[in-house]
Design a protein around this ligand. Structure first.
Ligand SMILES: *Cc1c(COP(=O)(O)O)cnc(C)c1O
Length: 433
C-alpha cells in the first residue's frame, strides 16, 4: 500500500468520533442507571474518557518490579525465536491441522509432540490452553466418573480460582483425601487403593508451588507413588525442563516424573519454561490418547499463535546452554551481578536515584522462598509521595511498574533490558518534572 492509500484508508473523524462518543455515552448511561458504580454523582470528564478509549486497552508495560514471572504483567516474555514464530503464524496461513506430507487432516499436537517426547523422555505429549486446563483434562480423562486419590497436604490453591478439590469436582471425579496436612505416607495411599478397588481412576500429585511446609512433614516421592499401581497424574506446575539450573533445583523436574512412570505430567508454558501461556501434558501413549479423545480437549485446545511460540521455545531447550541465554525468564533468573550493577548505576545516574540492595523474586507462584539479591534504584518521590509517582508512571506510555518500599519507589534492573532501563529513566524524569 502506498502512503497515499494508507492515508485514504484511515477512518474519517466523523465515524471515529461518533463511534467513541456513542460508546462512552452508553457506558455513562449504564453507570447512572446502576446508581452506585463509578461515581454516579461525581462529575466525569467524558472527553478524557473518550480519549482513553482510543488507546489500546492492553498496553506495553516495563516491569521494574524484579518479579520475573509476574502474573499480572503477563508472565514470561518470549524469546526472540518465539516472537518470530508468533509473527509468522499470525501473518498468514499455516499447517495447523494439515499433514503436509500426505495432504490429509493432521493434528495440531503434532507440532510439539516430537519435541516434547525428545525433551521429556515421554511416549506421547500434547498441549492445551494452560496448566489448569491440563489438570482438568487429565483428571477427567483418567478418572471421570471414578475416584482420584490426593494427599491432604496437596489440596492446594494456586490462585485465580484454581483449587484442587474444585478442579476435580469440575472434572467429574470424586476426591478421596488421604493422610494429613503435614504428613502423608505410602500406607495412606495403599489403604485408599484397597478400599477403592476398581473405583480408583488416578492418584493426583500436586506440587505446592506457592508455599512451603516445614518441620514435621512427609510426602511420598513420585517414584514410590508410581509403584502403587494406579495411574499417577503429576501436576508439577512450573515445568522445569532445564534440570541443570541450580536455582531451580527445588522445583520438580519434568523428566524425573516421566522416568518414575507417571501416566501424565502437567506443566505450565509461561512460568519457568519461559514460553507462551499453555498447558503441557506428557506421559504414556494410552493416557495422552484418552486426553485427546475426551470432549474437554476441544474446549481447552491451544491456539496457533501460542502453539507457534511453544514450539520455538521448546526447540531452544535442545541446547540447554543456549536456552539459558535465549529464554528471558532463565536469563533474568541467572543475570550476572556485574550486568545488574551496571544497569542499575546507569538508571540511578539518569534519574538521580540512589543505589540500594534489594531482592527480586521468581513470581508466578513458584519458588516462594527463593530470593534473588541484587541492586535496585530507589527514587525519592518528593512531597507528592511514592503513590502519586507510581500512579503517574503507570499512566505513561509505556506504563512503568515498580515497587514501593519505605516511601520510595524501587526500580529493579533484573526484569528490564538495557533499552527498557533507558525508557524507564526517561519516564521517571518526565514524571518528576
Ligand atoms: C501454576 C500452576 C497451575 C496452573 O497453571 P496455569 O498455566 O497458570 O493454568 C496448576 N498447578 C500448579 C501446581 C501450578 O503451580
Amino acid at each position: 500500500m502506498s502512503d497515499r492509500d494508507r492515508l485514504r484508508a484511515l477512518p474519517s473523524v466523523d465515524k471515529l468520533a461518533t463511534a467513541v462518543a456513542r460508546a462512552e455515552l452508553q457506558a455513562r448511561r449504564e453507570e447512572l442507571l446502576d446508581g452506585a458504580g463509578a461515581g454516579a454523582d461525581a462529575t466525569v470528564d467524558l472527553v478524557a474518557r473518550a480519549q482513553a478509549r482510543l488507546r489500546p486497552h492492553l498496553r506495553r508495560v516495563l516491569n521494574a518490579t524484579g518479579v520475573i514471572v509476574h502474573t499480572n504483567l503477563g508472565r514470561a516474555p518470549l524469546a526472540t525465536e518465539a516472537q518470530a514464530a508468533v509473527a509468522r503464524a499470525a501473518a498468514g496461513y499455516c499447517n495447523l491441522e494439515l499433514d503436509l506430507a500426505g495432504g490429509e487432516r493432521g493434528s495440531r499436537h503434532a507440532h510439539v509432540e516430537a519435541l516434547l517426547k525428545e525433551l521429556s523422555g515421554a511416549q506421547a505429549a500434547m498441549a492445551v490452553n494452560n496448566c489448569a486446563a491440563a489438570v482438568l483434562l487429565a483428571a477427567a480423562a483418567l478418572a471421570g466418573g471414578r475416584d482420584t486419590i490426593v494427599s491432604r497436604g496437596q489440596l492446594i490453591e494456586i490462585g485465580g480460582g484454581f483449587r484442587i478439590p474444585e478442579v476435580l469436582a469440575a472434572a467429574g471425579t470424586r476426591l478421596v483425601e488421604v493422610g494429613t496436612t503435614n504428613r502423608t505416607r505410602r500406607a495412606d495411599y495403599e489403604a485408599a487403593l484397597t478400599a477403592g478397588g476398581e473405583q480408583v481412576g488416578a492418584i493426583l500429585r500436586a506440587h505446592p508451588s506457592n508455599f512451603r511446609t516445614v518441620g514435621f512433614v512427609e510426602e511420598v516421592e513420585i517414584e514410590a507413588l508410581c509403584r502403587l499401581g494406579a495411574p499417577v497424574i503429576d501436576d508439577v506446575g512450573s515445568g522445569v525442563l532445564a534440570d541443570d539450573v541450580e536455582l531451580l533445583a527445588d522445583e520438580p523436574a519434568v523428566r524425573r516424573s516421566v522416568r518414575a512412570g507417571a501416566a501424565l505430567v502437567a506443566f505450565s508454558g509461561d512460568k519457568l519454561l519461559g514460553g507462551p501461556q499453555a498447558g503441557v501434558l506428557v506421559g504414556s501413549r494410552a493416557a495422552i490418547e484418552a486426553c485427546r479423545r475426551h470432549p474437554i480437549a476441544r474446549a481447552v485446545r491451544i491456539d496457533k499463535l501460542s502453539l507457534a511460540a511453544l514450539e520455538a521455545t521448546l526447540a531452544l531447550y535442545r541446547d540447554p546452554d543456549a536456552a539459558r541465554r535465549a529464554l528471558p525468564v532463565l536469563a533474568m533468573l541467572e543475570a550476572d551481578a556485574a550486568t545488574l550493577r551496571r544497569r542499575a548505576r546507569e538508571l540511578a545516574d539518569a534519574t538521580g536515584g540512589a543505589l540500594v540492595e534489594s531482592t527480586g523474586r521468581v513470581g508466578g507462584g513458584a519458588l516462594p522462598l527463593l530470593e534473588l539479591p541484587g541492586p535496585a534504584v530507589a527514587i525519592d518521590p518528593g512531597p507528592a509521595g511514592a503513590d502519586v509517582l507510581a500512579a503517574d508512571l503507570r499512566a505513561g506510555e509505556p506504563a512503568v511498574v515498580g515497587r514501593i518500599h519505605d516511601g520510595r519507589l524501587l526500580l529493579d534492573p533484573r526484569t528490564l533490558t538495557d533499552d527498557e532501563a533507558r525508557e524507564v529513566a526517561n519516564a521517571v524524569r518526565a514524571a518528576m518534572t
